[in-house]
Design a protein. Structure first.
Length: 221
């Protein structure tokens, strides 16, 4: 008997390229999941157009219309919960979330961050990696916690920093990897292979001692 599809709500603020990679991967890689809605805090986010083209409900909730972060998050929670999601995905959602929001979705809220966490939490990660003289950079998929970019990491993909890289070329390298690892982690979640227990990530019922390292061939896993 086929398991119930993983029900997903995606939160975005901009173009939604990671969201598009997920949309494309669901049928391509036989991911047993369904995106129930895409929500943006910006009405002009191009990702909303991407969602409409895929016949996914596209909703904007303008954060500037709320007098506090908490009141905005309450509105978000009410809308998200109306879709009864198993998983909430941050895909370029450029808002710091309240503790109440994060706690409400404990163990079912994930994010992708453009660095090899715990390196370079926050913004401008590509330039910071270059300025630090690192030879590797990458992306991390992690459960969201109350610490900014500090939740338990599920998986990572690394890229080599070349001598001629600048922040933009490095961003594009990392983005390519993001489009691989985010859908793959979602597939594992849909297969119930990944769980979070007491801030420890379990894969196939075994605790991960370190993040799963994903490369271009990892769809065979």
């Amino acid at each position: 008997m086929t398991a119930k599809p993983l029900s997903i709500v995606v939160l975005i603020s901009g173009s939604g390229s990671n969201m598009q990679a997920i949309i494309d991967s669901l049928p391509k890689h036989h991911i047993n999941a369904k995106i129930k809605a895409v929500i943006s805090n910006k009405a002009d986010a191009y990702g909303l157009d991407r969602a409409k083209l895929a016949n996914i409900p596209a909703i904007s909730i303008d954060h500037s219309l709320y007098d506090s972060r908490l009141s905005f998050d309450h509105a978000m929670i009410e809308t998200i919960d109306s879709f009864e999601p198993d998983l909430v995905i941050l895909a370029g959602f450029m808002r710091i979330l309240s503790d109440e929001f994060v706690n409400h979705y404990t163990a079912r809220l994930i994010n992708i961050h453009p660095s090899l966490l715990p390196n370079f939490k926050g913004l401008h990660t590509h330039q910071r990696a270059l300025d630090a003289g690192h030879h590797q950079h990458g992306a991390s998929v992690h459960f969201v916690s109350n610490e900014l970019d500090g939740g338990p990491v599920i998986a990572q993909a690394a890229v080599t920093i070349s001598d001629d890289d600048d922040a933009e070329s490095l961003r594009l390298k990392v983005l390519e990897q993001e489009h691989i690892i985010y859908p793959l982690v979602i597939k594992w979640l849909a297969q119930r292979r990944i769980t979070l227990q007491s801030r420890t990530v379990y894969f196939d019922q075994k605790p991960l001692e370190k993040p799963i390292i994903i490369d271009a061939n990892s769809w065979n896993l």
